[in-house]
Design a protein around this ligand. Structure first.
Ligand code: NAG
Ligand code: NAG
Ligand code: NAG
Ligand code: NAG
Ligand code: NAG
Ligand code: NAG
Ligand code: NAG
Ligand code: NAG
Length: 774
């Protein structure tokens, strides 16, 4: 009961406050001018091309904000100090300093000035023109991932598109950069030539693992998506009566806001469905749209869960962007609008209207601020907003990034405390059911704590193909790194639940922390292998008869000197030349051994050594179709590294859908693991082989599981020294190995052809575990 009493008291207090207060109390920031005294405006003062003003907040760093209006301001302390307007140095030769679009990508600001892209690195305080764009562009778009420093998250922040809004779709050139805009290249979009209409924007819709192009045709707009399976159809069309600005809200939840002065539309699923936003002007007046409400939008702000708009009619509207967004609620007016005013969220439920104020005595601008608390404003009795049904929604997974792979599920737990007497409905949504094949179930369990009812929520995410429900073709067709967000929210949530934000769990597939290791039990022998020699910038020579840098099996013209990368490869594993060999592939996750993989994989000697082959041929492997091999795969993908054979292009020769006729049944079968007992056979040549290994089985993991390791092939002595009958059974070898090696190896290494190996074997076994940690 204690909890209930407290809440009522708090509500009463808020109501009293709301009644007594205007929307906000304005104050002006006028400090720090002394720092600017010596500063002159250098170069050309930038300005925004449109009548409306914008505040672009860094999604990951709270105090970094860019203001676009008649001047442009950039702050790293949330406008706590007076500022000089931002200008572009004359050396950039930008021409008319008119900004049509701006974006923050991690630690740089990107501007489209006079149809070209410029980069301002605010840490280094330096400007650069971006390279690679040959046509005029008007807009730039991108996203920032704030969940972690995981490479996949970082890639999201580094990716940027540049394009010309309104250009005919079929012939426009879209540019893409994965270097935060420093370097652009043409973006190839399959089927672009066949698209009708003009370009309304290009967006990386990470929560759906798609690139979306907005097409505009005859006052209708719709999304075209890049990736399977959505590439087969377009999103549903929606009204496009005037040029709409698209705001991708932070957090990769797939919430897009489309707006102009006279319209406001919202999509909660990356544009597949776009709806008009309803407007409530009081408890009894509501409108279907902004146009019907006859308001003129001036500035707009959104965070992960909330939306606010400032109108020219001096009103502020607020909506909650949960799984089921609410309509816009009007907060009664006060003179908050001016042509320079712009709105932003400073925190959950905290809004601020910011207006730059010129100072007649100085080029440095001051800032007028008008902070607001949405929760307090919603308590205004005139609004008659229902009290939030939920007192608490809590889960340890909020904003924590998880990675899952094909064979793993995810279990999350949360706690919900409803207001007594209410029955809120928890709801979980997966943003990207297509590519992860995720199915989410909530198990709810009520219990009593201190006389109050609480609910424990178990959220279980299963990969559908484990249940046998999804098409395995579909799972194997997932070719790209994939992210999804799982949002836990209350379905019938009131707008007053300001502090009750939905819990978001970003989930990445493909980039699972899996690690591949190739282990040979007899890897290293204490006292025999000398790791010190290997670490000492060790080099060895591959004779010209044994390798082909182009991997075609042709002899080369000269010997190859190879620098042994001990820091990457550790100590080589030992393999006896005359015994068919297959590496044992171990799978590790976060430093823990998972299993020995039975999936199909391929090997390639990275320096082009071809002095090895396979025990099976296409025929003896019982292939129904001509198997792929490194020659055919490289022929279609090029010889470039990273080596191109992986789960994305692997086609099994046992696949009934593979219709390549079996013309050469006697070629070596190069796939190891899986259903066959295929193994590698080495020719009579001692030396180090550095193998690249790639798991090609599309059903094993979403990841590109790859590893590079080295083996030392030994025992290939000239027949006169070791009689053939001594080429023995592995068991005997294992017993005799250490003795044999201690005695024979140093001498043998000295004599063998083309191999200048010192007696490097000594101690130190680099176990695969360590390989994984790197
Ligand atoms: C940016 O420009 C400066 C000189 O103007 C140059 O030294 C620097 O390398 C450029 N930075 C990048 C990332 O291209
Ligand atoms: C969609 O993508 C798949 C896989 O990349 C491709 O095979 C298919 O042809 C594409 N469909 C269309 C209509 O572009
Ligand atoms: C676009 O214009 C049509 C006809 O004038 C109107 O019916 C529709 O509501 C408008 N749509 C929006 C989003 O303003
Ligand atoms: C819309 O508002 C403007 C002024 O704010 C007014 O002149 C106009 O008549 C209104 N239109 C409608 C349809 O209410
Ligand atoms: C939820 O999970 C907890 C611990 O994982 C378990 O004890 C409990 O029985 C589960 N509840 C339901 C309803 O599945
Ligand atoms: C996989 O796709 C092929 C055609 O592309 C189809 O014939 C086959 O039935 C599919 N497999 C399953 C399990 O649906
Ligand atoms: C190995 O060579 C690099 C440069 O090639 C040198 O910096 C390093 O000191 C050398 N290491 C040893 C142990 O000689
Ligand atoms: C690779 O396969 C092709 C047929 O697909 C065959 O002609 C070629 O000889 C094979 N190469 C090797 C090295 O086995």
């Amino acid at each position: 009961m204690l909890v209930l009493v407290l809440v009522v008291a708090a509500t009463l207090r808020l109501r009293l406050l709301a009644g007594a207060q205007p929307l906000c109390r304005v104050h002006t920031v006028r400090t720090g001018k002394v720092f600017h005294v010596s500063q002159q405006i250098q170069g050309d003062r930038l300005y925004f091309a449109y009548r409306t003003s914008r505040l672009i907040k860094h999604p990951c760093k709270n105090n970094i904000v860019l203001y676009l209006g008649r001047q442009i301001f950039f702050t790293r302390d949330n406008f706590q100090n007076s500022l000089l307007p931002l200008s572009i140095p004359a050396s950039m030769k930008a021409g008319t300093p008119e900004v049509t679009s701006a974006h923050i990508a991690d630690s740089v600001l990107l501007f489209v000035v006079n149809q070209k892209v410029y980069i301002y690195d605010y840490k280094a305080n330096s400007w650069n023109a971006s390279r690679g764009i040959q046509h005029p562009v008007s807009h730039i778009s991108g996203d920032n991932c704030c969940y972690s420093r995981h490479p996949f998250c970082v890639d999201i922040s580094n990716s940027v598109f540049a394009y010309l809004h309104g250009d005919p779709m079929s012939q426009t050139t879209v540019y893409f950069s994965n270097t935060r805009g420093y370097e652009f290249q043409k973006f190839a979009y399959e089927g672009q030539a066949g698209l009708v209409g003009t370009l309304g924007g290009v967006f990386d819709l990470h929560s759906l693992s798609q690139t979306g192009m907005l097409l505009i045709d005859q006052r209708k707009a719709m999304f075209s998506y890049s990736e399977h399976p959505l590439n087969r159809s377009l999103g549903l069309p929606f009204d496009y009566n005037e040029t709409l600005d698209v705001l991708v809200t932070p957090g990769q939840k797939g919430v897009l806001v489309f707006w102009s002065e006279k319209s406001l539309l919202l999509s909660g699923n990356s544009g597949q469905l776009v709806d008009l936003m309803e407007v409530a002007e009081g408890p009894h007046t509501s409108y279907f749209s902004v146009a019907e409400a006859n308001i003129t939008i001036h500035s707009i702000a959104a965070n992960q869960n909330e939306l606010a708009i400032l109108t020219q009619e001096n009103s502020l509207y607020y909506a909650s962007l949960g799984i089921l967004p609410t309509s816009l609620i009007k907060f009664s007016g006060q003179n908050i609008w001016s042509p320079e005013a712009a709105v932003m969220f400073t925190d959950v439920g905290r809004l601020e209207i910011l207006t730059p104020v010129p100072d007649p005595t100085s080029p440095v601008f001051d800032f007028q601020k008008c902070p607001m608390n949405a929760q307090a404003l919603l308590m205004d009795p005139k609004l008659q907003v229902d009290v939030c049904k939920v007192e608490l929604l809590q889960g340890g997974f909020d904003n924590r990034m998880y990675t899952i792979d094909m064979n793993s599920n995810l279990e999350l737990t949360a706690l919900m405390v409803p207001r007594p007497g209410t029955s809120p409905l928890p709801l979980a949504m997966v943003s990207n059911p297509y590519s992860l094949g995720l199915q989410v179930t909530i198990y709810e369990e009520g219990y009593t704590y201190d006389g109050n009812t609480r609910h424990r929520l178990n959220i279980s995410l299963k990969q559908q193909h484990h249940g046998g429900r999804a098409d395995p073709n579909f799972t194997s067709s997932i070719k790209r790194p994939t992210v999804s967000t799982i949002t836990l929210d209350i379905a019938n949530k009131e707008v007053s639940c300001v502090d009750l934000k939905p819990l978001v769990c970003p989930t990445f597939a493909l980039f699972s922390p899996l690690c591949l290791a190739c282990s040979e039990i007899s890897a290293c022998y204490k006292g025999i292998l000398d790791a010190v020699g290997l670490q000492d910038n060790y080099t060895y020579v591959i004779e010209k008869e044994a390798y082909d840098p182009n991997f075609q099996g042709q002899k080369s013209r000269e010997d190859l000197v190879v620098h042994y990368r001990y820091e990457k490869l550790g100590c080589p594993h030992l393999v006896y030349y005359n015994t068919p060999w297959r590496p044992v592939v171990e799978l590790w996750r976060e430093g823990k051994f998972q299993e020995v993989s039975k999936a199909e994989f391929v090997l390639l000697e990275v320096n082009g050594l071809f002095t090895y082959t396979y025990t099976l041929t296409a025929r003896t492997a019982r292939c129904k179709a001509q198997p792929q091999n490194w020659t055919t795969v490289m022929g279609s993908a090029g010889h470039k590294r990273p080596f191109p054979w992986n789960r994305e292009n692997y086609i099994s020769c046992h696949d009934t859908n593979n219709d390549a006729p079996l013309r050469w049944p006697d070629v070596p079968y190069q796939i190891l693991g899986g259903p066959t007992a295929n193994k590698v056979i080495f020719e009579q040549r001692n030396g180090i082989y550095t193998f690249f290994l790639s798991i090609v089985d599309p059903y094993y993991s979403y990841c590109h599981l790859e590893a590079t390791f080295s083996v030392y092939v030994y025992g290939a002595l000239p027949p006169s020294i070791i009689p053939t009958m001594v080429t023995v059974i592995p068991l005997i070898v294992a017993i005799l190995l250490s003795v044999w090696l201690a005695y024979v190896t140093p001498r043998l290494l000295h004599t063998q052809k083309g191999l200048r190996l010192k007696a490097f074997w000594k101690s130190l076994c680099r176990r695969c575990k360590q390989l994984c940690r790197r």
